[in-house]
Design a protein around this ligand. Structure first.
Ligand SMILES: [Cu+2]
Length: 493
């Protein structure tokens, strides 16, 4: 494989400059690539999927005076992704990634983030409906040695959210190093459904990332024009921080919470034998009814919940695969008898009907490249001192988002997506048609994928937390694009 050392700036995690310079990345000069694997050790494991899937610990907080407290420490550490090879990483309450934070609708919570890292960062609750000052975006910086508390009332439907850094210019690096984790919100509705809900047994987080390793086992993070334009791609998949994982499932129903926590890669998740999955939820809610799908496309930060029917599969293997790259993601080994009964109900939730709504405003957001390394929304790169949009509290609005590339539509093949803080939205149309909206896009969403030339119409309503002085963000969630300026700010007034 060819390597151009000068093109790589390696993230060396507190290593000396000389050590960092001695490391170099293999292969991968940006753009789309297969999963041909790195070292022989990696290759062997990818073929066999014999590493037990790591299940992030679940934390439920501690109730004190009516407020549920969660203690979260950002720290550096050492991970062993390959046997005997030590990889310096960052994590939360551990060396890589963080615990699954369990929240209950209606509860007052206080998430205390303590920064023991050598750098400032922030911690954003992605998909969380909360006040701007509790958002953990570019304005709520946590200096090294300091802590920051996100305190709010959980007030949204049951869903799978996540947390990750959102620091100006360095979000991509901080996420790549390992900062991130899942948030699961439960409500009365989700508690009453007969779906699988035993965490780590038949309700399993699947946090998918791609990484690039140096020969020595360090993370490599090339930064060049290709990685800015197309985003970072690694050649090795990690699920919950596990390379080539397998999961021992019970014979019965298995619920999987898929989170694309990669910097830039797009996945089309499917089962290896092509059998359908029962799709039950997207980013911010259940779907009204389950839907059988053969695949689910998730761009960075998007989530989906699927239920797999493993009845009659005792002793057999099923593979979760990524059709986009052709790579295996997770081997599911059906090895145990079912120890609980669950089912997929025909009705999951009720969503607000969009037909009756009369929007009172509209906005346009054009995602474009303006020259090398400069990515903009409506012609502007992110300026934390500038408020781009003032959104009236309670108003229904249509937000039209377009991926215009270099202004030549599909000629310039850059993927983007669009993420909005503070609230969820409904996707009304893709490319002029309601039927262009994919099954996993039919619930409440906070992130929407835009292939080159795509246009989506979103129904948006900010229902709470007016604050003229503290902004929220909207941005492309391909993290290298976000860091290159593809982000803007709005206030709810
Ligand atoms: Cu983008």
């Amino acid at each position: 494989m060819k390597t151009n050392r000068r093109n790589f700036l390696l993230v060396a995690l507190g290593l000396s400059g000389a050590t960092a310079a001695a490391l170099f990345a293999r292969g991968m000069m940006g753009g789309r690539m297969g999963m041909q694997g790195g070292s022989q050790a990696v290759k062997k494991q990818e073929n066999r999927f014999f590493n037990p899937l790591r299940i992030p610990p679940e934390i439920k907080g501690e109730m004190k005076n009516g407020v549920r407290h969660y203690d979260l420490t950002l720290q550096s550490g050492i991970s062993e992704f390959f046997p005997g090879i030590k990889t310096p990483t960052w994590g939360i309450n551990g060396p890589y990634l963080g615990p699954t934070i369990r929240l209950k609708r209606g509860e007052e919570v206080a998430l205390r983030w303590f920064n023991r890292l050598p750098e400032s960062t922030t911690m954003h609750g992605h998909g969380m409906h909360l006040p701007a000052a509790m958002d953990g975006n570019v304005h709520q910086v946590i200096e090294p040695g300091r802590s920051w508390v996100a305190r709010y009332r959980v007030d949204q439907k049951a869903c799978t959210n996540w947390y990750h850094p959102h620091i100006m210019d360095r979000t991509a690096q901080h996420v790549m190093l390992g900062l991130g984790g899942m948030i699961i919100i439960d409500d009365k509705e989700s508690a009453a459904l007969p779906l699988p809900k035993r965490y780590g047994i038949d309700d399993v987080p699947v946090v998918v990332q791609d990484r690039l390793f140096t020969k020595e086992g360090y993370f490599a993070y090339p930064q060049n024009m290709m990685t800015v334009m197309h985003g970072f791609s690694g050649d090795t998949l990690l699920v919950n921080g596990t390379i080539a994982p397998y999961f021992e499932a019970e014979e019965g129903l298995l619920r999987i919470r898929l989170l694309n926590a990669s910097n830039a890669r797009i996945y089309r998740f499917a089962l290896g034998d092509g059998r359908p999955m029962h799709l039950i939820a997207g980013d911010n809610s259940f779907l009204e009814r389950p839907e059988k799908v053969e695949e689910v496309l998730l761009s960075p930060a998007e989530r989906a919940e699927v239920v797999l029917d493993l009845k009659g599969m005792s002793g057999r293997d099923l593979f979760l695969v990524d059709r986009e790259s052709g790579a295996g993601v997770l081997r599911i080994r059906v090895a145990k008898a079912a120890t609980a009964r669950s089912e997929i109900p025909q009705r999951l939730t009720r969503l607000e009907s969009v037909e009756k709504v009369r929007p009172t405003g509209s906005r346009r957001f054009d995602l474009a490249a303006r020259g090398p390394g400069r990515l903009v929304i409506n012609g502007k790169a992110m300026d934390p001192q500038r408020i781009d949009e003032k959104v009236p509290l309670g108003a229904y609005e249509i937000w039209t988002v377009r991926n215009v590339g270099m202004g030549m539509g599909r000629m310039m093949g850059m993927n983007h997506n669009f993420h909005m803080h503070a609230t969820h939205f409904r996707i009304l149309e893709r490319n002029g048609s309601a039927s262009g909206v994919r099954p996993w896009e039919r619930g409440y969403k906070d992130t929407v994928f835009l292939a080159p030339g795509d246009e989506v119409k979103l129904l948006v309503r900010h229902t709470d937390y007016a604050d003229a002085s503290v902004p929220y963000m909207y941005h492309c969630h391909i993290l290298e694009h976000e860091d290159a300026g593809m982000m803007g700010q709005f206030v709810v007034v």
